[in-house]
Structure formats: structure tokens, C-alpha cells
Unconditional design. Structure first.
Length: 102
């Protein structure tokens, strides 16, 4: 069974490897910064990204990119941004668990 140190290492690895977020409008991907990556009191790694698009649009997907420019996670969304909307906060939660298989 994994010990506390292993869970801590896995969580910290995720924190170090996530480099940026991207979001899709139509068929075009745009970059968005990671504004915070935290490990919650319950051990969840929460990665927050702030999307600021320059015009009204519909965002259909958000994804996380690692330090080697590879896609790590994707989330299908349907978010309509009005012209007055300045920012959209999106986040991914990673819950590291262990399951014993007999």
C-alpha cells in the first residue's frame, strides 16, 4: 500500500508538471495562464486557470498542458462569454487514490 510520502510526491509532481491551460473557441485553441495550483486539506490537487477572451464567444473545451506541451486533461464545457464578461475561472481537481485489487 502507498504511504503518505508517496501520495505527497504524486501530488507535488502534478503541481510541477502542469504548465498552462488552453481553451477552444470554434476550432481555435487559445492559451490561458494557470493562476493557482494548490493541494487542498483533503488532498485534492486543484489547478485553476483564468480565461480572458477579447470578444464575446462560446468556449467548448478546456485542457491542461504539461511542461512538454502534451495534453494532460480535457474538459468539455459550453460557456458563453458576453462582451462585458472579463474573466472566466476554470479548474480541474485531481484526487489521488489507491485501490487494492485482490
Amino acid at each position: 500500500m502507498l504511504q503518505t510520502a508517496a501520495f505527497t510526491d504524486l501530488r507535488n509532481y502534478i503541481k510541477r508538471r502542469i504548465a498552462k491551460a488552453q481553451y477552444r473557441v470554434g476550432s481555435t485553441w487559445y492559451s490561458a495562464p494557470i493562476v493557482e495550483t494548490v493541494i487542498t486539506n483533503t488532498g485534492i490537487v486543484r489547478v485553476k486557470s483564468q480565461i480572458a477572451h477579447s470578444a464575446a464567444c462560446t468556449i467548448s473545451e478546456v485542457r491542461l498542458i504539461n511542461t512538454e506541451n502534451q495534453v494532460w486533461a480535457t474538459k468539455v464545457v459550453n460557456v458563453v462569454l458576453e462582451t462585458a464578461t472579463t474573466n472566466l475561472l476554470q479548474w480541474f481537481d485531481f484526487n489521488i487514490t489507491e485501490t487494492e485489487v485482490s
